[in-house]
Design a binder for this molecule. Sequence first.
Ligand code: AGP
Length: 608
Amino acid sequence: MCGIVGYIGNREAAPILLDGLSKLEYRGYDSAGIAVYNGEQIQMEKTMGRLKVLEELTQDGATLPGTAGIGHTRWATHGSPSDLNAHPHFNKDHSIVVVHNGIIENYIKLKKKLQAKGYEFLSETDTEVIVHMLDRYYNGDPLDTITKVMHRMEGSYALGIMFRDHPNEIYAVRKDSPLIVGAGKEGNLIASDVPAILRYTRDVYFIENEEIVKLTREGLHFYNIDEEELEKESTHIDWDINAAEKGGYEHFMLKEMHEQPKAVRDTLTPRLKGDEIVIEELGMTDEEIRSVRKIFIVACGSAYHTGVTAKYVFEGLARIPVEVDLASEFRYRNPILESDSLVIIVSQSGETADTLAALREAKAKGIRTLGIVNVVGSSIAREADNVMYTWAGPEIAVATTKAYSTQLIAHYLLALKFARVRGTISETEFTAMTEDLRQLPEQISLLLSHKENVQRFANRYLAAEHIFFIGRGIDYAISMEGSLKLKEISYIHSEAYAAGELKHGTISLIEDGRLVVAVLTQPELYKKTISNIQEVKTRGAFVMAVTTVGNTEVEKVADYVIYLPETNPYFTNSLAIIPLQLFGYYVSIGRGLDVDKPRNLAKSVTVE
Ligand code: AGP
C-alpha cells in the first residue's frame, strides 16, 4: 500500500512531510516524493529508492520552503518503480498536484479519452489519470472539480490534492483506501495511517467513503460527494507508535490476516468484468490459450502449496494436465518442457532465488512463462514473459497469509479463463463460479470474526510436540499450508499427509491425545476422510475437523468441528486456510514466540 501525508499550518511543511513518510516506511515502498507550495509555485521532488535518498535530495526538506504540502511513499501497482512513476504527479502547467493510494480500475479507458483530448502522460501510473482529469474539469472551484472527477473514477483511492490558485487549502478524498485527518495545534494534517501524524496530534478524524476534506490553517471542512458540508467527531488515539504501525493489531500477521478480504477483493474485482474474466496482463490470445497442452506450476513454500491446489482446479475445470514442482527441484532436474507448455511461476516477493532460477531454466528452453507475483517490478515480474500481479499490498510478516490468498485467486481466475476459452465448462457453471468468487471476501471476513473460538482451542495445544494435518485432493493441499503455517511460527513439529496414505506407514505415529487436523471440503471425498478420522481416533487421536457447513456427519467422529461457509469445492482453500492460519498464529503467540519474525526465517529467500 502507498503512504500519503499532507500538512498545512504555520511550520515548514517539508520536514513534517518527510517525518510523516518515515513513519509509514514499515508499509513497504519503492519510491517517495513531496510537493510544497513556496508562495508562488508548487515545487516537487520525487525519486525512486529509500526515503533517505529524498531527504538528501531535498536537504531534509530545506530546498522546498513553504508551509503547505503533500507527500507520498509508493508501493507500485501499475508501472514499475521509477522516478517518473513516483508520486506526486503534476498536471501539465503544474497548477495541480496529486498523491494517491489505491487502484483506479478504469484508468485505461480514462487515459485513452484524455490522450484523445491531447493530454500527454509522463508515467505508467493509474494515478496520473487523476491529475489530468482534475485539470480537464477544473473550473476554479476545487470541491466541484473533485466531485466531478470522483463520479468518473472506478476503483479505490485516497487522494491528497493541491491547487496552485488555492494555496491556503489542501484537499483529501477517500474511497476504499484508508485516510485520516489530524487537527493539530500547529497545523492540520492528512495521512494514510495514524503513525504518520501521532507526533503532531492524537485527535484524528476517520474519513468515510466518498467524503472530501478541505484543510486550511484555520480549520477543517468535510463534505460528501454532493458537496454538502458534514459535521464529524474526532477520535482521540491512545496507541503508541508501535501499535499504530500495526493498525491497532498486536502483530503484522494478525493485521495481514484481516487484510485478506480487501486483498482478495482488490485482486479479483478488476478482473471480473460483468460475466467476463479480463486478464489483460496475461498476454495470450484465445488461440494461444487453446494451444496449451501442459502447464507447469513452479514455486517454493506456501506459493508451492497454492500450485498444488491449482493443479486440481486447472485439471478439473480446463482439463489441461498440470505438473507442480518445487522450484529447488525443477531447476536441477532438466525438466522435459514441450513448446506447447506454459510455465507458471508463483512468488510473493518475486525475488526467491530458486524460483527465479526455475524461471530462467524455463526461458532458456524457450517456453512461455507467466509470473504470479505480488511485488511490482521484482526480478521475477521483470523476467517472466508476462506477469499477473496479486494486489495484496506489502506483506511484512514472514509467514504469508494475504499474499497466499491472492495467489489462490490468481489461479482460480486463470483456470476459469482457460476453461471458458477451451469450452470445458458451461456458461451456467462459469457464471455460478464467478459469483462464488465474488462471495469469498465476505466469507473470509466471517471466518475471521470467529477468531476467539480458534484461539480458545489453540491454547489447549501450546505444549504439543507433534500435530498432523490430513486431507484428500484439495484438502491435502490445504493441509500442507496449514501444517507449514503452524511449523514456521510455533516451532511445533507438524506434517501434512494425504489421508489415504496413513495406513501406508504414518498411522504408526498416532498416539493417545495426538492432535490430528482433518480437512473435509470436497463432498465426494467426505466419507473417505471420515473413515480416516475413525482410523486415527481408534488409535487415540484428538481430531479437529474443518469442513463445509451442512456436513454434520463429521460431528459423529471429530472432537471439535469448524464449519466453513458454502462455496464451490474448487475454491474451498480460500476459506479453510483462515482457521488454520489463526490456529498457527494463536499457538505461536500462546508460546510467547516472535510470530512476525520466526527464528531462522527471512521474508524473501534470495539465496539458494
Ligand atoms: C510462507 O509462510 C513462507 N514465508 C515461505 O514458505 C514462502 O512462501 C516461500 O519462501 C516463497 O516465497 P515467495 O512467495 O516470496 O517466493
